[in-house]
Ligand binder design. Structure first.
Ligand code: ATP
Length: 335
């Protein structure tokens, strides 16, 4: 059966890494068909809006999008198209795996294999109730955490652990200081954890978690946390294993899921064939897992690892002399 996905080629290096990713997916004969849709600067130029209704309809229809990075110009109505997409589709779970890869410039070339599950719809990150006093001396922000929001993200983390054979969930919080918001998150997490006796659960205060991640990242398996902490921790984890060029992310809701590279549009190297397509390829592997094509997802990951190991056609950020498409072709040969 053919599975249709929405493909957003994006801005900056977006089209280059998407073409490379689709080249690899096509070589795998997965029965995928693509519905191309615009967002970002490209959409603004073509259709006069950053997030056209046709793009929203396509995602609503296919329920799955593979998305390249987008530029959100200042003063166009959104603070971020990505945040807007998360809001409109209620994509409550941001899932960011971080795994050691061979031949990457990283502090941990082995031993790291963790997933950060970040609540995506609540908390300070949403910027609710932002105001600055008239004299400019005081700024305010509301931080809202709900039992429902906490419960569904913690449940998602435990279900992910169970489904993927992971053994431990670490609940990261700051309930000792933020007694109301982080306190509610922690209390809810403890109740959900009781329903998963097969998965070990521990708790960690966010500042200690950052230190532990840098010193002994191998102790972590699944991390679940609130929005702003998750934003910071997931980039920290990407930094442990070779930076944003290798960091994929998924935004998952009940009705739709969007898979993306974590990095931005990299305007400094756009159009030069220098962009590393790995992050988007790894996001595509997450998408295949989500579609139940877990074996194919693993095949894709193995091909990426093998290509890195054999240093075949790597892009300049990985110390190679290849380009975006030759790197993708090297992966496609191994997949
Ligand atoms: P944006 O405003 O869209 O976030 P940015 O340049 O501020 O763009 P990134 O796009 O994340 O932020 O880029 C940060 C740095 O990392 C840049 O020097 C960029 O060239 C590099 N970079 C990002 N993604 C890649 C990639 N896939 N391959 C190679 N280098 C990359």
């Amino acid at each position: 059966m053919t599975q249709t996905i929405t493909v957003i080629r994006g801005d900056g290096i977006g089209p280059e890494i998407m073409d490379a990713t689709l080249h690899v997916l096509d070589s795998m004969n997965l029965g995928l068909s693509y519905e191309f849709a615009d967002a970002g600067i490209v959409a603004l130029e073509k259709h006069g809006e950053l997030l056209p209704a046709a793009t929203m309809e396509s995602i609503r229809r296919t329920r799955i999008a593979l998305k390249s990075p987008l530029t959100t110009p200042v003063g166009e109505g959104f603070s971020s198209i990505n945040v807007e997409l998360r809001k409109r589709f209620d994509l409550y779970a941001n899932v960011r795996p971080a795994k050691s890869f061979p031949n990457t410039k990283s502090r941990f070339a082995s031993g790291v294999d963790l997933v950060t599950v970040r609540e995506n719809t609540e908390g300070a990150y949403i910027g609710e109730g932002q105001s600055v006093s008239e004299d400019g001396e005081t700024a305010m922000l509301t931080q809202k955490v709900t039992r429902r929001g906490s419960e569904r993200i913690v449940r998602y983390a435990f279900e992910l652990a169970r489904r993927t054979g992971r053994k431990k969930v670490t609940v990261v919080h700051k309930a000792n200081i933020l007694k109301s918001t982080s306190g509610l998150f922690l209390k809810t997490a403890r109740l959900v954890a009781q329903e998963y006796p097969d998965i070990e659960c521990n708790e960690m205060i966010v500042d200690n978690c950052c230190m532990q991640l840098v010193m002994r990242p191998e102790q972590f398996d699944v991390i679940v946390t609130t929005n702003l902490f998750g934003d910071i921790i997931s980039d920290l984890c990407a930094g442990l294993v070779g930076g944003l060029g290798l960091a994929p992310g998924a935004n998952i809701g009940s009705d739709a899921a969007i898979f993306e590279a974590v990095h931005g549009t990299a305007p400094d190297i756009a159009g030069q064939g220098k962009a590393n397509p790995c992050a988007l390829l790894l996001a595509a592997a997450q998408m295949l897992d989500h579609l139940g094509k877990c074996e194919e997802a693993e095949r894709l990951r193995r091909a990426i690892v093998q290509t890195l190991e054999e240093k075949d056609s790597l892009t300049p950020d990985l110390g190679g002399t290849g380009n975006t498409m030759s790197f993708a072709q090297a992966i496609a040969r191994r997949v």
